[in-house]
Structure formats: C-alpha cells, structure tokens
Write a protein that binds this ligand. Structure first.
Ligand code: FES
Length: 179
C-alpha cells in the first residue's frame, strides 16, 4: 500500500470515528459518564441473516422494554467497517413511542450538538425530561423539542432485534420532523 493510500484510509477511519462520537454524544459530553455496558456482536445470526458487525449491542430486549423511561444505555463496542474495526463508546436514551414500540434516541442536541442529560425533578414537573446545558434546549420524554433553540427532536436509531437482543447502527441516525 502506498503512503497516499495509507493516508487516505487513515483519514476515512478518523472521519468515521469522529462522526460516530458526535452522533452518540461522547466527544462533547465531558461529563464523566460511565460508558461500559455491552460490546458489539460480530456475527451474522441465523434468524434473518442480518449482519450485526456494524451495529452496537444495547442488551436484552426484555430489559429495554421493562423501563422505567427514559432509560440511559451506555455502550463500549467495536464495529466493523470493511477491514477496519472501529472502537465506539457512547450512550443512547431508550423509551417507547406513542404506539408502545421501543424508541432509541441519540442524546445529541439538535441545536449545536451538545450532549443532553436527563433533567432534574423540578424540570420534569414542568414537562421537560431532557435539558441541554449549553443553551437551555428542552425536550420532552420522547425527545421532542419543547423549548429553547433546538430546531427538531432528538435523532433516533432503528432498533434491530437479533437473538433477543437490541442492536443499533450508531452511524445511521434518523432525523425526525420538527415538533
Ligand atoms: Fe443544545 Fe444549544 S446545543 S441548546
């Protein structure tokens, strides 16, 4: 491999890592968050043949469905990107949507990307479940923006169920329409 090819591959890998950190709230949090829960499975299951190599494992579905919500799930995983194995640490918030299905939310503020913690009880009594420390962006329990500068709800991740466990693709957040 030439130096040019090495640099090109390195840049791509660095980009992916930095992007992943931004999407999952690690790089900007700086809040001393405990970050280990589970690791990524790198197998392809027999159930429906979906590979989990590029996903992170959030744990057994029965635990995520049991609440209480919002549930903060930390992860420390390695995901496969072609030949590269990318270490990823971060967390997501789990809740249920209006129809009772699991909803996995990014903790990244949709204003300028700060990591958003769960609000204290005083704010919760006012209907604010998440309060952004940067510019007082407010979100309700389903991550919908209800005050301050955030222009739209938290991004979400499609949960993939394999062998009774919930996986997400951290590099593929889904934007929701403005509240
Ligand atoms: Fe969250 Fe500005 S970054 S309100």
């Amino acid at each position: 491999m030439t130096d040019y090819q090495k640099n090109k591959n390195l840049s791509r890998r660095t980009f992916l890592i930095n992007t992943a950190k931004g999407l999952t709230g690690l790089a900007i949090s700086g809040a001393g968050i405990p970050l280990i829960l589970s690791s990524c499975s790198s197998k392809t299951t027999a159930d429906n043949n979906i590979s989990t190599e590029s996903m992170v494992d959030l744990g057994p579905i029965e635990e995520l469905q049991s609440g209480p919500y919002p549930m903060k799930i930390n992860y420390d995983a390695k995901i496969q990107d072609g030949w590269a194995e990318i270490p990823m640490k971060g967390f997501v918030y789990v809740t249920k949507n209006d129809t009772g299905d699991l909803m996995i939310m990014s903790p990244v503020c949709t204003h300028l990307g700060c990591t958003v913690p769960i609000a204290n009880d005083e704010w919760k009594q006012k209907g604010v479940t998440f309060l952004c420390p940067c510019h007082d962006g407010k979100y309700d329990g389903q991550g919908k923006n209800v005050g301050g500068p955030p222009p739209r709800p938290f991004d979400i991740f499609n949960p993939v169920i394999q062998d009774g466990r919930v996986f997400i693709q951290p590099l593929s957040p889904i934007k929701r329409d403005p509240s």
